[in-house]
Write a new protein. Sequence first.
Length: 51
Amino acid sequence: MSFVVLFNFSGCAVVILADAAVTVVTTSVKVVAKTVETAVDVVTPSRKKEN
C-alpha cells in the first residue's frame, strides 16, 4: 500500500519525505544517546580527582 502512495508522488516529494524521515530518525537516536549518557553519568561515580 505504501509503495502505491509513493509512486503517486513526484520524485522531488519522495526525496523530501525520505529526508524528513532520516532527520526524525537521527534526531531520535541523538535524544536516546544523550538520555543514556546522562543516566550513566548519574549512576556511575565521578572519577575526577580533587586537588
